[in-house]
Design a protein around this ligand. Structure first.
Ligand code: AKG
Length: 296
């Protein structure tokens, strides 16, 4: 039983008596039955409906997951304070005016060298559910597959990088571009915490095209043994022209994803500007700072 259904049951919202029959009084033999049989229109035969119940207080208090927070307001948001430090988001909706964003979206969709990356999990190859391309003087390895260095920056990406560097006060030497072709494309739970990104990386993420929900979930404490059921969660809708900066301990203490959606979504481009450092010597490329979920 799902957590929500279980809570509803314990709180007694299912424990209402059926509404009293408003017609003529039922014959005596029916009134005294604890379990009635009622005809159904489903053709599945008679259905048992209980008209009395017993409510037992559960012996253990029911543990509830904290309600999900939604961040939509422009500005700085400290999302947690942990032993590894403060995790921060800065959300700038309308960073690009809508008409400029329209023009950039069409140009980048048509002109970037989008391709299908194949990743590996336990020795098995699988295609990422999105298209990508990479810019930077160094290669970038994640999910056991490497994107080769590419210094042929599209001129528009240079302009965007400069604008983002001005507003963030940070410098970026690399860019991972993601193309979500429709609502079926996605990126699974992960943190951007490969050793090549350095300690406490700052990631600047610019969204163009259809709005998608960027979700975050807190890393569970060690006693939860990797169970995310009761962790804090945040949703950040990322619309056309929105800039999101992640900094501080965000990659240590949180994971993020863009989940599949089950209603129509148009294409969306996400540009994540990063700083990449040479992999430490004797280090296997793509190794995480700490173990996290696999990245689909
Ligand atoms: O598309 C997004 O907003 C997120 C992309 C992302 O998580 C990544 O590139 O690591």
């Amino acid at each position: 039983m799902s957590d929500k259904r279980q809570r509803a049951r314990v709180q007694g919202s299912w424990a209402k008596q059926l509404p009293k029959h408003s017609g003529p009084a039922a014959p005596n033999h029916q009134q005294h039955n604890r379990v009635q049989t009622a005809p159904t229109s489903w053709g599945c035969g008679p259905q048992k409906t209980q008209n009395t119940f017993e409510f037992n207080q559960p012996s253990k208090p029911v543990r509830e997951a904290p309600p999900e927070t939604v961040i939509e307001k422009k500005g700085d948001h400290e999302i947690s304070h942990g032993p590894s430090g403060v995790s921060r988001l800065r959300l700038l909706p309308g960073f690009l005016p809508s008409e400029e964003a329209d023009w950039m979206f069409s140009k980048l969709l048509a002109e970037l060298p989008w391709s299908q990356k194949t990743n590996y999990r336990q020795g098995e190859a699988y295609d990422e559910p999105r298209l990508t391309c990479w810019y930077g003087e160094l290669p970038y390895t994640y999910a056991r597959s490497t994107m080769a260095p590419n210094t042929q920056w599209h001129p528009l990406l240079f302009t965007l990088r400069e604008a983002i560097e001005r507003v963030s006060g940070c410098n970026f030497n690399s860019l991972l571009c993601n193309l979500y072709r429709d609502g079926h494309d996605s990126i699974g739970w992960h943190s951007d915490d490969e050793a090549s990104l350095g300690d406490k990386p700052i990631i600047a993420s610019l969204s163009l095209g259809d709005t998608r929900v960027f979700s975050l979930r807190k890393q569970p404490p060690p006693e939860e043994n990797g169970d995310y059921t009761y962790v804090e969660r945040i949703r950040v809708p990322l619309g056309h022209g929105t800039l999101l900066l992640m900094s501080g301990a965000t990659q240590d203490d949180w994971q993020h994803q863009v989940a599949k959606e089950y209603h129509d979504r148009g294409p969306r481009i996400n540009l994540t500007f990063r700083t990449i450092y040479p992999e430490p010597e004797g280090h296997r490329p793509g190794t995480k700072m700490r173990f996290t979920a696999k990245q689909p």
